[in-house]
Write a protein that binds this ligand. Structure first.
Ligand code: NOJ
Length: 608
C-alpha cells in the first residue's frame, strides 16, 4: 500500500464550487421552456421518427464559420439549416461541441455542460435547436463517456492526490516492479488506439493512468457508480434543452479487464508478430474491448433516456452507438432485449467497411449482398442504422472511387444506403461528393493520429476539410483563413454548382431522401435480395403487404449490364414497371425482365 497524503482544502473548495455552479446552471436550464412545435405529422410517426430517419453528421469545426475565425461554429450551422431542410434530413448529429483543449478536436471534453467558446454559447445552442425544430430537424449530440480531457476538473482533482475523492473516477495503477525511486514498467502491454502504450506515468502521485486514446484523454473508471450518476445527470441536462438523443462515443472501450493481464499478440502464419500502422505489435484487444459491463451501462443510460415522454416533440430520444460489431449476431446484442433495451440504433459500420478496398474489385457485389442480407436478417425486428462514412474514415471517393466514375459510384452507394430498410446516416459533404484531401506535408497535419502515424497514416484531416458551399477559394465556408485548407476540387464539387444541375450527386441524394420519406414501402418494407447469383449487379426489392413492391438495381461495375429480375408470384404474372428514379440518360425499362444499366447505373421502380 502507498502512503495516503491529505486532501488539499483548495481542491475541495474548487470541486464544491464546480458542483454548485453546475447545479445552478442545471436548474436554470430545466426551467427553460422546451420548444413546442406543431408539425402536422401523426403522433406515431413523430414518436417513431428514428425508424426511417435520415441523419446527417456535422463536424462543426468544418461546416460553416459565422465569425471569420476560420473555424466552423453553431451560428454557422444555424445559417445553413435551410439547406439541410431542403436536403430533407430528419436530424443532425453534431460531433462534440463542449469546451475542450481540442487535442482530439472535441473528443477530449473538459466540461460536459457548456459550449466551447470557439463554437459559441449555450444561448447559440438553444437558438440552433429552436431554429432546427422549426424546420422539423432534430439535434443529436455526441456523448464522450469513455474518457475526459486531462483538463477536466474531475481529472485535475483525481491526479492531485491518492486520497482525492475523484481518485477513483479514473483508472490508476502501480507500475510493474515500481519502487520508491523507480517508476517501473507500465502495468501491462495494452496499447492506445492512437499508437503506443496506453499507460501514462504521473509523477505527482507516482502511478500510471490508463488512456485508450491520447495521453490527454484519461479513461474514466466505469466501476465507480458515481461516474454512472454523473453521466445520467449530463444526459438529462441536454435532453432538457431539447436534444433528440445522443451518439455514444467509443462505447466498446468503457471497461478494462480487472486482471490487467497482457493482451495476446497477433501473429502471421510464420508466427511473426504483425505490426500496425504505428509500428506497434498488434494485440487481440481481448482485455480492453466489449467487456460485459458495457451492456449494463447502456441499459442504465437507455432507462434514463426513456423517462422522457416520446409522445412530445422531439419524439423518442434516441440512443445511437459508435459500435464496432464484427458480425450481425454481435450487433444484435447491442440492441438489448424488450425488457432491457440498450441502443435504438447501434451503428452498422460493416455493410460498407473501411477495409473493403482491395485491388480493382473494390466493390464486391457478393460481399455487399451478404452484408446487406445479414443486416436485414441478423437483427430480428430491430432497426438497422447503416453508416458508410464518418469523420474517422477516408471518404467514399478514396475507398471506392476509380477516378473515372466517382460520381456514379457515389450515386450507387447512396442508393444502397438510402433505399435499404431502416435509418441511414451520412457525413457532411457526402451529398456533393467531397474528396478525401489528406495533408501532403507533415508540418500541415492537425490530427495527432497523423503526427504519430506519419507517413503511413496521415491522420483524419483529409476527411475533415471545410464544407464546399461554392466554387471559390474559401468555399463560402469562412471569410477568414480556414483551419484546414479548402481542397482544389472545390471549383467543381460544391453545393452551388450542384444545386443548379438536375443530374448532380446532390440532386440524386435529394431525390432518394424524398422517395424514402414519401413512399410507404421504402419507409417500412422489408429488404429481399433478388438475382442473388449475379456478380455484377446488386438487386433487391422492398416489400410490404398489400403495396406494390419497389425494385432497386445497382450496377456495381464500370461496364453496361442488363438484368432480368424474377419476382415471386403465384401463377402467371405480368409485371408493369413504373420508374421512380434512374441514372441520367438511362432508358426506362418496361418490365423487370429487362433492366438496362449503364456503368454504375441505378434503376428504382415500382412493380405492379
Ligand atoms: C471515436 C471518434 O469518432 C473519434 O473521432 C475519436 O478520436 C475517438 N472516438 C476518441 O474519442
Amino acid at each position: 500500500m502507498r502512503g495516503q497524503s491529505g486532501i488539499s482544502l483548495r481542491t475541495v473548495a474548487g470541486i464544491l464550487a464546480l458542483v454548485l455552479i453546475s447545479a445552478a446552471s442545471y436548474a436554470q436550464t430545466a426551467q427553460r421552456a422546451k420548444p413546442a412545435v406543431a408539425h402536422g405529422a401523426s403522433a406515431a410517426s413523430e414518436r417513431d421518427w428514428w425508424k426511417n430517419a435520415v441523419i446527417y453528421e456535422i463536424y462543426p469545426r468544418s461546416f460553416q464559420d459565422s465569425n471569420g475565425d476560420g473555424i466552423g461554429d453553431l451560428n454557422g450551422i444555424t445559417e445553413r439549416l435551410d439547406y439541410l431542410q431542403q436536403l430533407g434530413v430528419d436530424a443532425i448529429w453534431l460531433t462534440p461541441i463542449n469546451p475542450s483543449p481540442q487535442v482530439d478536436f472535441g473528443y477530449d471534453v473538459s466540461d460536459y455542460r457548456a459550449i466551447d467558446p470557439q463554437y459559441g454559447t449555450l444561448a447559440d445552442f438553444d437558438r440552433l435547436v429552436a431554429e432546427a425544430n422549426k424546420r422539423h430537424i432534430r439535434v443529436i449530440l455526441d456523448m464522450v463517456m469513455n474518457h475526459t480531457s486531462d483538463k477536466h476538473a474531475w481529472f485535475v482533482a483525481s491526479r492531485s492526490s491518492l486520497t482525492n475523492p475523484y481518485r477513483d473516477w479514473y483508472v490508476w495503477r502501480d507500475g510493474k516492479g515500481e519502487t520508491a525511486t523507480d517508476k517501473g514498467a507500465p502495468p501491462n502491454n495494452w496499447q492506445s488506439t492512437f499508437g503506443h502504450a496506453a499507460w501514462q506515468w504521473d509523477e505527482t502521485t507516482r502511478q500510471y493512468y490508463y488512456h485508450n486514446f491520447y495521453v490527454q484523454q484519461p479513461d474514466l473508471n466505469w466501476n465507480n457508480p458515481k461516474v454512472h450518476e454523473a453521466f445520467k445527470d449530463i444526459l438529462r441536462f441536454w435532453l432538457d434543452r431539447g436534444v433528440a438523443g445522443f451518439r455514444f462515443d467509443a462505447i466498446s472501450t468503457l471497461y478494462e479487464d480487472p486482471s490487467l493481464a497482457d493482451e495476446a499478440e497477433i501473429k502471421d502464419k510464420d508466427g511473426k508478430p504483425i505490426l500496425n500502422v504505428f509500428g506497434d505489435v498488434r494485440l487481440d484487444s481481448s482485455k480492453t474491448r466489449n467487456l460485459p459491463g458495457v451492456h449494463t451501462v447502456m441499459q442504465e443510460m437507455r432507462a434514463a433516456m426513456d423517462t422522457f415522454n416520446p409522445n412530445a416533440w422531439p419524439g423518442t430520444r434516441v440512443l445511437i452507438g459508435e459500435t464496432f460489431a464484427r458480425n450481425a449476431a454481435e450487433l444484435n446484442q447491442l440492441y438489448g432485449s424488450a425488457d432491457k433495451p440498450e441502443f435504438h440504433l447501434p451503428m452498422d459500420l460493416q455493410v460498407l467497411p473501411a477495409e473493403m478496398q482491395t485491388g480493382s474489385a473494390r466493390l464486391d457485389v457478393a460481399q455487399l449482398r451478404k452484408n446487406l442480407t445479414d443486416a436485414e436478417t441478423g437483427i430480428g425486428s430491430n432497426i438497422p442504422l447503416l453508416v458508410f462514412d464518418n469523420h474517422d474514415r477516408p471518404r467514399l471517393d478514396m475507398r471506392y472511387g476509380d477516378g473515372v466514375h466517382d460520381v456514379d459510384i457515389q450515386k450507387a452507394l447512396a442508393t444502397v444506403l438510402l433505399m435499404s430498410r431502416g435509418a441511414a446516416l451520412f457525413y457532411y459533404g457526402d451529398e456533393i461528393g467531397m474528396k478525401t484531401t489528406p495533408p501532403t506535408r507533415k508540418e500541415d497535419v492537425k490530427d495527432p493520429v497523423g503526427l504519430v502515424g506519419w507517413p503511413e497514416n496521415k491522420g483524419r484531416d483529409g476527411e475533415r476539410t471545410p464544407m464546399q458551399w461554392e466554387g471559390t477559394a474559401k468555399a463560402g465556408f469562412t471569410s477568414g483563413d480556414p483551419w484546414l485548407p479548402v481542397p482544389p476540387s472545390v471549383s467543381t464539387i460544391n453545393v452551388k454548382t450542384e444545386a443548379s444541375d438536375p443530374n448532380s450527386l446532390l440532386g440524386w441524394y435529394k431525390a432518394l431522401i424524398q422517395l424514402k420519406k414519401t413512399n410507404p414501402v421504402l419507409a417500412q418494407g422489408a429488404n429481399v435480395m433478388l438475382d442473388t447469383d449475379n456478380t455484377k449487379v446488386l438487386s433487391w426489392m422492398r416489400q410490404n403487404k398489400g403495396a406494390p413492391v419497389v425494385l432497386v438495381s445497382v450496377n456495381v461495375t464500370a461496364e453496361p449490364q442488363t438484368v432480368s429480375l424474377k419476382l415471386p408470384c403465384a401463377g402467371v404474372c405480368e409485371w408493369k414497371l413504373k420508374t421512380l428514379a434512374k441514372s441520367p440518360g438511362a432508358v426506362a425499362p418496361l418490365t423487370p425482365e429487362r433492366i438496362e444499366l449503364g456503368p454504375y447505373g441505378v434503376f428504382i421502380g415500382e412493380a405492379e
